[in-house]
Write a protein that binds this ligand. Structure first.
Ligand SMILES: Nc1ncnc2c1ncn2[C@@H]1O[C@H](COP(=O)(O)OP(=O)(O)O)[C@@H](O)[C@H]1O
Ligand SMILES: [Mg+2]
Length: 238
């Protein structure tokens, strides 16, 4: 399968006061189309920083990120945000919904921001509401929903533009275990039935178990990538 993401020796430092603090120290990974990847590692090791670079939400200090063979760090801000809106969906720990918009309005935000007509998305919207199980609550506002339901809205919003990739940062980090399991089941369905590639950052072994590849990070570097184990097994079979 072709690669959807490729990074080449990614470095990221943040300036804190007059000091440069290195956070990512040469990350080279490829993610293949259709994979469901979990990034794990101790708090502060750089997982979120890496995820934001993969989505072009932040720029690396050195190195590059390729999405579908295009170097996203060479795009200007406008084409980068168009590329993001059309190809990527983001899901965050705290849902990031607009409180005074309804479920439907929240889900359609990427479409309206892209200047597209809502009515061309009616069918897709109904379909997605069905998938995330919110058809009955489509006119509710976020504060009328549980945490798990709010995260379903965020996932629906991530799906509306039929992205190739979903990037999720601790998507069940704020949920009880029952809702967390339901959200992970939903991600599995999206990955398997729609073939959408998913990269999730997680602390949870249970959430990571839904992935088919686990990348362990430590101190800004990759400590272990289960894809290498699979590759070794494939080689042994030959
Ligand atoms: N905008 C920022 N400015 C300065 N330091 C940051 C910034 N974002 C993250 N960091 C630091 O980078 C390190 C890695 O952060 P992060 O990528 O959020 O780790 P993780 O998601 O693995 O917990 C932490 O030490 C954090 O304090
Ligand atoms: Mg984080």
């Amino acid at each position: 399968m072709p690669d959807i993401i490729e990074t080449d020796k990614l470095y990221k430092s943040y300036s804190v006061g007059n000091r440069e603090v290195p956070v990512l120290k040469g990350i080279s990974i490829t993610v293949r189309n259709g994979e469901f990847v979990a990034i794990m590692g101790p708090s502060g090791c750089g997982k979120s920083s890496l995820l934001y670079l993969l989505g072009g939400l932040d720029a690396p200090t050195a190195g590059s990120v390729f999405f579908d063979q295009s170097n996203i760090n060479k795009m200007n801000d406008k084409s980068k945000s168009v590329m993001r809106r059309r190809n990527m969906g983001f899901v965050f720990q705290f849902y990031n919904l607009v409180q005074n918009l309804t479920v439907v309005e929240n889900i359609l935000l990427p479409i309206t921001m892209d200047g597209k007509k809502k009515k061309d998305y009616e069918q897709t919207l109904d379909n997605i509401l069905e998938i995330v199980g919110l058809t009955e609550r489509k006119n509710f506002t976020p504060r009328e929903l549980s945490g798990g339901q709010q995260q379903r809205v965020a996932i629906a919003r991530a799906l509306i533009a039929s992205p190739k990739l979903i990037l999720a940062d601790e998507p069940i980090g704020n949920l009880d275990s029952q809702s967390g399991t339901e959200i992970m089941e939903l991600f599995r369905k999206i990955n398997q039935e729609k073939g959408i590639t998913i990269v999730q950052v997680t602390h949870s072994q249970e959430a990571a178990a839904y992935s088919n590849r686990i990348i362990h990070m430590r101190d800004g570097m990759i400590e272990k990538d289960s894809a290498e184990d699979f590759a070794a097994i494939e080689n042994l079979k030959k």
